[in-house]
Design a protein. Structure first.
Length: 304
């Protein structure tokens, strides 16, 4: 198979399986650099030595970190092409190549406290607060909030169903997350004011460059600029949406919620992923959410 065809198939796969926008972009840019370097060649023409020469060129033009980033996503692309049922290629020349040493200090990600999240949401524009509350109260990934539709919201039994592709086979999996009182309040208000013609809880109107017209649909990218602006206005350090998850997990963990419950709320297929969030070993869903709701509201403050 030609290198160009394989990389295009990989990028299509990442879009179909709803990988993160950042991972898609990293793969896309690395694929372009790979094509610029090798040109239109069969995948079999890239030997391990040539693969290493390409990465060295990236390091010379940029940094060891850039070389390691390209190695990670390109190695994954070749590995995927080998594992597919069609067996697009027979060998992965990037397998086994070592990462480049880097003096970049390892960043320690800080987790926001409940008080900091209160301040962030309070400082947000009114139209943005429901989105931030849903993220906070579900501890889900932002892309899962973007996919959320009203038929997945059960007000009677007080839970929502979230769709994730973060599993070994990247197949869509639904999980139920119990509603806290705050989540029930926010979703009830959104439901009362919803547009009956829209199935999504959160949607927007945007310009589609391909069709050259305005369209409506769920968010297909992050809302990081909104969060950055809000954090700056608040005077709070910028936290990514992913740290909302870590904050809620920490509240549950520090107040006795059992690990399997936290794991299922977060939607982790592997408990080791949850342990990484918590940074220690700490079993169900309803109990975990009850602990989170009680402890994060201890001050009794009301945030609009």
């Amino acid at each position: 198979m030609d290198l160009l065809d394989m990389l295009n198939l990989r990028l299509d796969y990442l879009l179909e399986r709803a990988y993160s926008d950042s991972h898609y972009k990293k793969t896309k840019y690395a694929a372009q650099r790979l094509l610029d370097y090798f040109g239109k060649v069969p995948c079999s023409a890239i030997t391990r030595m040539k693969a290493d020469e390409f990465l060295m060129a990236v390091v010379r033009e940029s940094t060891p970190v850039a070389g390691n980033n390209d190695l990670k996503v390109i190695r994954a692309a070749f590995s995927w092409a080998m594992k597919r049922g069609q067996r697009f290629i027979q060998d992965n020349p990037f397998a086994g190549l070592e990462s480049f040493p880097s003096d970049k200090p390892k960043e320690r990600k800080r987790t926001p406290t409940s008080e900091e999240l209160d301040r962030i949401i309070e400082a947000a524009r009114p139209k943005h607060r429901p989105y931030l509350w849903v993220l906070r109260e579900t501890m889900t990934r932002s892309i899962e909030v973007h996919r959320l539709t009203w038929n997945r919201v059960n007000f009677e039994e007080r839970y929502i169903e979230l769709e994730t592709h973060k599993n070994r086979n990247r197949e869509p999996v639904l999980r139920q997350v119990p509603m806290t009182d705050k989540l029930y309040e926010v979703l009830s208000s959104l439901y009362a004011d919803r547009d009956p013609g829209k199935e999504w809880v959160f949607w927007h109107r945007y310009y589609n460059a391909d069709t050259r017209r305005m369209e409506e649909g769920p968010y297909n990218g992050g809302r990081h600029k909104m969060l950055q602006t809000t954090c700056k206005r608040t005077g709070v350090n910028y936290y990514t949406f992913h740290r909302f998850r870590a904050s809620g997990a920490s509240v549950m963990d520090n107040n006795g919620a059992l690990l399997p419950g936290i794991q299922r709320v977060l939607g982790h297929a592997d408990r080791r992923s949850t342990e990484i969030y918590l940074e220690k070993l700490r079993d169900v869903e309803r109990d975990a959410m009850d602990v989170y709701e009680r402890e994060s509201r201890k001050r009794g403050d009301k945030v609009a």
